[in-house]
Ligand binder design. Structure first.
Ligand code: NAP
Length: 324
């Protein structure tokens, strides 16, 4: 069977994404082959394409997809025809792919493929951020950067559901309503307002309990400065560039801060964690507690355009590539 894939032969800009046709691989022992109907775009794809996260070239980027099982290798119990999705397995930019069966999960009937591809990676990230990496509790003041973005929209809704007061940060005023619609009680427009001043004002000087910072370089200082004593910075991304090195001494003194730098991989490492995280996600989405907006879609052949839009801060919510 022929498949369409996007390869990176040499790291570089969006034009490094090269479309080609090739024979689809067959599943080996423990593997599943799937025909993908929707592929999630994530910022990590940009880091791998550009070389910020070095990859052995050539490689097929992409970490997330949904579709139908077309064949299984020895030892795999999944049925051909089952609807499945996955997140965090590189090689997603393809109309057909193989991957370890233990990394895929069944998708509930109520969740369409495009939505599954829009939410697996970002939604399981939101899950571990607000329920496990830090357990958000009623009454906490929680700051979420890039609140109108893919992970941001889901994290805001989930944190609010858990009883927190959510401060969402957006780059431009045009994104403020979307952050509000995604559960942010208060919105800070980074280009116009000081996050530290706003959090101080909203918390009557106390500071935030936890800051979820996916922006990195541009926001590290403000994220630390707006925490309460013994508050936690969860630095989980770098959309503006890698956060600069942090001197441990800066965390000490009267505020005695905590910092963690987590990755989804580490939080859904075992099969049990993957199942628990995806089940919790499907549950809040199915019950309407967390709404996943219909993603912006691009044909897989226009993947370079999709990367340009994500890097230029033009997207909101999730972006999904359609291979067929
Ligand atoms: N550690 C993990 O487990 C994990 C898992 C998933 C994602 N992530 C990270 O989380 C971040 C968000 O991922 P996402 O896919 O949901 O993307 P996204 O948040 O939808 O898009 C990135 C957003 O970051 C903001 N941003 C601020 N400065 C920027 C800059 N200089 N360039 C580009 N964007 C900038 C923009 O929002 P404004 O215009 O509103 O500022 C932009 O829309 C990424 O850094 C990603 O790597 C980490």
């Amino acid at each position: 069977m022929l498949r369409t894939v996007v390869r990176v032969n040499q790291p570089g800009g969006p034009d490094a994404l090269t479309l080609m046709q090739e024979e689809a691989p067959l599943p080996g022992p423990g593997e599943v082959q799937m025909r993908q109907t929707a592929i999630g775009l994530n910022f990590i794809d940009v880091y791998q394409r550009s070389g910020l996260y070095p990859m052995p070239a050539p490689f097929i980027p992409g970490q997330e997809g949904a579709g139908v099982v077309t064949a299984v290798g020895p030892g795999v119990a999944l049925a051909v025809g089952a609807r499945v999705a996955y997140a965090g397995v590189v090689g997603a930019y393809a109309s057909v792919r193989t991957l370890p069966a233990e990394r895929v999960v069944l998708v509930p009937d109520a969740i369409a493929d495009e939505l599954a591809a829009a939410m697996m990676l970002k939604g399981m990230t939101a899950e571990y951020l607000v329920r496990r990496c830090h357990e958000v509790k009623p009454g906490e003041l929680v700051v979420v950067h890039a609140a109108a973005g893919g992970v941001g929209q889901l994290a805001c809704q989930w944190a609010r559901h858990l009883g927190a007061t959510v401060v969402g940060v957006v780059g431009r005023r045009e994104k403020a309503q979307l952050a509000r619609d995604s559960g942010a009680h208060h919105v800070v427009v980074a280009a116009e307002q000081s996050l530290v001043d706003e959090v101080r004002r909203l918390s009557e000087g106390r500071g935030a309990d936890v800051v979820y910072d996916s922006v990195g370089k541009d926001t590290l200082d403000a994220s630390l400065d707006c925490l309460r004593p013994r508050g936690l910075l969860v630095s989980f991304g770098q959309s503006s560039g890698m956060p600069p090195p942090l001197a441990l001494a800066r965390l000490g003194g009267p505020r005695s801060l905590y910092v963690t730098r987590p990755s989804l991989h580490a939080w859904v490492h075992s099969r049990a964690e993957l199942e628990a995280s995806s089940t919790a996600l499907f549950d809040v989405v199915s019950r309407g507690i967390v709404r996943v907006r219909p993603p912006t879609t691009f044909p897989l052949a226009k993947v370079a355009e999709a990367h340009r839009a994500l890097e230029a801060r033009q997207t909101t919510g999730s972006v999904v590539l359609l291979p067929h």
